[in-house]
Ligand binder design. Structure first.
Ligand code: NDP
Length: 451
């Protein structure tokens, strides 16, 4: 069995990578298990030293890794380089804050001393997707490894080059053998890894189907899982919003990474009074997008990552139109290259409203008033991110509390930022990544009580 990477823009094969055999897989798990004892025994300052090298290395190699990402999954080179830089910023953030996050928490009780200590669990399996092939991995690996865990990465089959490149980064920065390893395995082999007693926990970012399967296996083994799954984020625009800024950010949120982001604004829910003006402004921004070769400087949107994803968007668009939506900007498709799509008159019950759309498809949904907008936003099986546009911040705060999602960004681009927790409710998953809570997901939160 080989994993083959194909350039989605040209459809040319980039490389083939042999899958790990059973013995090689066992060896890697053994190495992880052995590495844990020494790695977790190092001081935090010592582990931080390794990560300082990682931050510098990422910055020095951003062009090379950017090109690899663009070749394998099609995001523009500018986006890829920015992603590598974001990983370095994530490293800086955790180096700075880990001493505070991981410090013992003293709790006054009637005991002589009582406190909470945060201790690593061991080898954590990370199952990661292709859409942010570096960032998704680093936002798991940096806090987990810094806290003393070791990592095993099962990356998406279409980005094996990125998977091996990330392993190479840890090697180049002199991490002890086994602290971070890439496993080129099929998804069906995940069960074997997860059932191995040496593997203590799992985190997955991807589809509900993959999440449900992995969480069931983890549950059967009484192992902790964190799931970051799909989203169908609402972007609510109320009548008093800064419409130009809202339209610009809405298009950026939906179309960046060719629409392949779990937290993209997938449903633009707009108060009736401003719908026409907002839609016109959105259309102008969509018309300005230049879809094409992701390696070109002037291209602002590359192809989607795989043919099946392009076909899925085409199907969802056609279905939504058949169900009564109106096409304002049509997305002609050539292979994985899809022009951005804008649909109006989208309602609950249509594919473009009910399903997660993972590509450059924006939909406009009309709301009667603010309460109708919130109701529509919550009328989704998902609850990952959301955005709200209004100049009235008291109102924004009141409504933000009513939105069923892991995040609400007001008058701003919904994004993943190391300083704030990231994750969802409903079918978007459970657990959190990033910030202090993300760092503590895979730790033994140990109570010590001494009389
Ligand atoms: P998948 O969920 O299939 O893939 C994500 C990761 O999970 C990959 O590493 C994949 O490996 C692995 N995986 C898939 N099935 C299993 C399984 N049963 N057990 C263990 N691991 C598994 O996503 P797709 O790439 O197929 O994308 C499909 C849809 O998923 C998208 O259209 C989007 O809706 C959603 N998605 C959401 C993402 C997010 O950021 N939340 C990211 C990517 C996708 P392999 O590649 O080998 O199958």
């Amino acid at each position: 069995m080989n994993f083959t990477s194909v350039n989605p823009y040209t459809q040319q094969k980039i490389n083939s990578y042999p899958a790990l055999g059973a013995q090689a897989l066992d060896r890697k798990i053994r190495q992880a298990d052995r590495a844990f004892a020494d790695w977790s025994a190092l001081s935090l300052e010592n582990r931080s030293g390794f990560f300082r090298k990682v931050a510098a290395y990422l910055r020095s190699e951003k062009q090379r890794y950017g090109e690899l990402m663009t070749a394998e999954m099609g995001k523009t080179l500018k986006e890829s380089i920015a992603e590598v830089e974001k990983c370095a910023v994530g490293v800086d953030y955790y180096i700075e804050h880990a001493p505070t996050f991981l410090a013992d928490l003293m709790i006054p009780t009637e005991a002589k001393t009582s406190f909470v200590a945060y201790q690593p669990l061991g080898a954590v399996l990370a199952i990661m997707p292709w859409n942010f092939p570096f960032w998704q991995v680093f936002r798991f690996a940096v806090p987990s490894l810094l806290a003393g865990n070791v990592g095993l990465l099962k990356h998406a089959a279409n980005v094996s080059g990125c998977s091996l490149a990330i392993e190479e980064i840890f090697r180049a920065c002199d991490f002890p053998t086994g602290v971070f390893q890439s496993l080129l395995i099929e998804s069906k082999t995940v069960e074997t890894v997860l059932k191995d007693a040496r593997v203590k926990a799992v985190t997955l970012t991807g589809s509900e189907k993959a999440g449900a399967s992995v969480a069931s296996i983890a549950g059967s083994q009484i192992k902790k899982s964190v799931l970051e799954l799909g989203g169908s984020d609402a972007l609510i625009v109320l009548a008093d919003a800064d419409l130009e800024k809202a339209a610009k950010v809405a298009v950026q949120s939906r179309m960046q990474n060719a629409g392949q982001s779990c937290i993209a604004a997938k449903r633009f829910i707009v108060e009736k009074a401003v719908k026409t003006e907002f839609t016109d402004r959105v259309l102008q921004h969509i018309q300005a997008i230049k879809q094409g070769n992701p390696m070109d400087d002037t291209t602002t949107m590359g192809p989607v990552a795989r043919m099946d994803l392009a076909e899925a968007i085409e199907r969802q668009c056609a279905e939504t139109v058949r169900q009564g939506a109106r096409v304002l900007h049509s997305g002609n498709r050539d292979g994985c290259n899809i022009q951005p799509i804008l649909l109006d008159k989208v309602k609950p019950g249509m594919s473009g409203f009910d399903e997660e759309t993972f590509g450059p498809l924006a939909v406009i949904v009309e709301a009667k008033d603010e309460q109708d907008a919130v109701k529509l936003a919550n009328q989704s099986n998902y609850g990952l991110g959301s955005a709200l546009w209004t100049k009235d911040l008291d109102r924004a705060e009141r409504l933000a509390r009513q939105i069923q999602a892991g995040s609400v960004f007001v008058n701003s681009l919904m994004r993943s930022d190391p300083r704030v927790p990231f994750g969802g409710v409903k079918l978007s998953g459970f657990g959190r990544e990033l910030a202090e809570v993300g760092m503590k997901e895979f730790l033994n939160i140990k109570t010590v009580w001494m009389e």
